[in-house]
Design a protein around this ligand. Structure first.
Ligand code: BG6
Length: 510
């Protein structure tokens, strides 16, 4: 169902995009089909795209504008997550879609792109503003930026911006190298490094929760918090991305970027204003405070896993090494768990346990804040089971699905005597706001098109995140793991449980 009348809600829909063109490199790829085009369609549906707007798709495949439109129509109607596909709305949107085939290494391609940009500037009055979106294989990022620079497309009558998809580099060295090449062409204020987790409503809401309320922040530190747990579990495997995933692994694919950004959102200091650089300065400061492990500490504080086949419930699930495009000896981590420490006054000594994996029992991402237990248990000693009657307070921020927040606290069980049981206070997005939540890509595309970089990462943040995982990558690179070490459909290898048990803690089952 469409929302009642989204245009009446100036808070959610106040931001509108100025006239411009959006060039998508890799427009025939998975990300464009599953995320970017559905997001653009939805923004158009909400009336937030101006009539003076054009999308120019590129990939190597030869296609006419009409064929490109048809292909995108199929993708959008298939991948639109939680809103209706309306043929009339699509038709008006599709008028703005164009296509230029070409190899990014071929200088002739940029001349054709320039001609198309000029044509839409006249036909669609895009005012010479252009956002370039790198959604190709990462090995083409530097090639495309160089090509744009040589052709002079990085400058023009209006503004020019560049969105760079993750992964930004393969390690610290290659991230710096890529950054240098991009800076040869685009200045920092024009570079938008995307981490779509920062665009999720529930991740943004961590800031609202912490800094829009008076009662939580005083408790948000080492004096009251025992540990923080961040879990991003996926039930799917590598879904046809075996070749990419085999080179990446979970530590690079999820932790270095998405989960460290979530962790920074949980742990950063408040900025004095909510503006791009003020917020990003605080995030960067936090990321720089994450302690880099010494090589000798890696085995104690980091665990790699890889799923093996499962036959649970009669259904055969292949192991990672049996997936298409994957080396049968692959040493890739499809699960990673790390204990991070943050060396600053707020967090000294508080472990941040972060884990992510493919083929876990369910899809769930959440942040759990475990508070210290009551200092003295008044109600103990009446024969009660301690595990039920003396549980520490736990705050759970559910990033997805079932978006919301809950706080566990102890309450008196009805009846005579003083028996305590944990109960919880719950906030759920669905029932509190009763409105559709925009996808991360909708939010981030509108932001980049409007020139707001608050939810985009900066080079110093990217480098600090690589620095935090680099020692682990290096130790794992030279290791032969005894993989597989967990069965598809389970919560990961036993070593991940052992890592917490050594601190007297355990992973929650989300
Ligand atoms: C991507 C990773 O960045 O994030 C994928 O490359 C992963 O492997 C995805 O599945 C998860 O995103 P979300 O929004 O579905 O949690």
């Amino acid at each position: 169902m469409p929302d009642a009348n989204p245009f009446l809600d100036p808070l959610r829909f106040g931001r509108r995009v100025s006239p411009c063109s959006l060039v998508i490199f890799g427009a025939n790829g998975d990300l464009a089909k599953r995320k970017l085009l559905p997001a653009l369609y939805r923004i158009h549906y909400e009336g937030r795209l101006p009539p003076s707007f054009a999308v120019i798709g590129n990939s190597r495949t030869e296609m006419t504008d009409a064929q490109f439109r048809e292909k995108m129509r199929e993708s959008v109607s298939r991948f639109l997550e939680d809103s209706p596909f309306e043929a009339g709305v699509w038709d008006s949107f599709a008028q703005n879609l164009f296509y230029v085939a070409g190899d990014l290494a071929d200088p002739g391609f940029y001349a054709r792109l320039a001609a198309k940009l000029e044509a839409v500037e006249v036909s669609h009055r895009t005012a010479g503003n252009v956002l370039f979106y790198l959604s190709t294989q990462p090995s083409y990022y530097a090639v495309a930026v160089h090509g744009l620079g040589v052709a002079g497309l990085h400058r023009g009558d209006g503004w020019r911006r560049l969105v760079v998809e993750k992964p930004f580099g393969h390690d610290l060295g290659s991230a710096r190298e890529l950054d240098r090449k991009i800076h040869d062409v685009f200045p920092e204020p024009e570079i938008y490094r995307i981490d779509h987790y920062l665009g999720k409503e529930t991740v943004q809401n961590i800031l609202a929760f912490r800094f829009g309320n008076g009662i939580f922040e005083p408790l948000w530190n080492r004096r009251y918090i025992t540990y923080v747990q961040i879990t991003a579990a996926e039930s799917i495997g590598v879904e046809g991305r075996g070749a990419y995933y085999q080179e990446a692994g979970t530590l690079r694919d999820m932790i270095q970027n998405h989960l460290l950004q979530v962790m920074a959102t949980v742990g950063m200091e408040p900025s004095n204003v909510f503006q791009a650089d003020a917020v990003r300065d605080e995030r960067a400061k936090f990321l720089r405070s994450i302690r880099a492990l010494k090589p000798g500490e890696v085995d104690r504080y980091a665990v790699a896993g890889q799923y093996g086949p499962s036959r649970a419930g009669g259904a055969e699930t292949p192991g990672f090494r049996q997936e298409t495009g994957v080396d049968p000896e692959a040493q890739t981590d499809t699960f990673a768990a790390v204990t991070f420490f943050v060396d600053n006054w707020r967090w000294a000594g508080v472990p941040f346990y972060v884990r992510s994996g493919k083929r876990m029992p369910k899809r769930v991402t959440d942040v759990a804040i475990q508070f210290n237990s009551a200092p003295h248990s008044l109600f103990a000693g009446n024969g009660e089971d301690e595990r039920l009657s003396a549980r520490p307070n736990l705050l759970i921020m559910r990033i997805q699905p079932e978006e919301g927040i809950s706080l566990r606290f102890m309450s008196k069980y009805p009846g005579s005597g003083m028996r305590l049981r944990p109960v919880s206070m719950d906030f759920s997005y669905g029932s509190s706001f009763g409105t559709r939540t925009p996808t991360a890509y909708e939010t981030l595309l509108v932001d980049a098109l409007s020139g707001d970089a608050t939810l985009y990462t900066r080079q110093d943040m990217v480098e600090a995140s690589w620095r935090a995982v680099q020692p682990i990558l290096e130790v794992w690179e030279n290791r032969r793991f005894d993989f597989p070490n967990y069965t598809a459909g389970t919560w990961g290898p036993k070593e991940a449980d052992d890592m917490l048990a050594r601190q007297g803690h355990f992973w929650r089952v989300p």
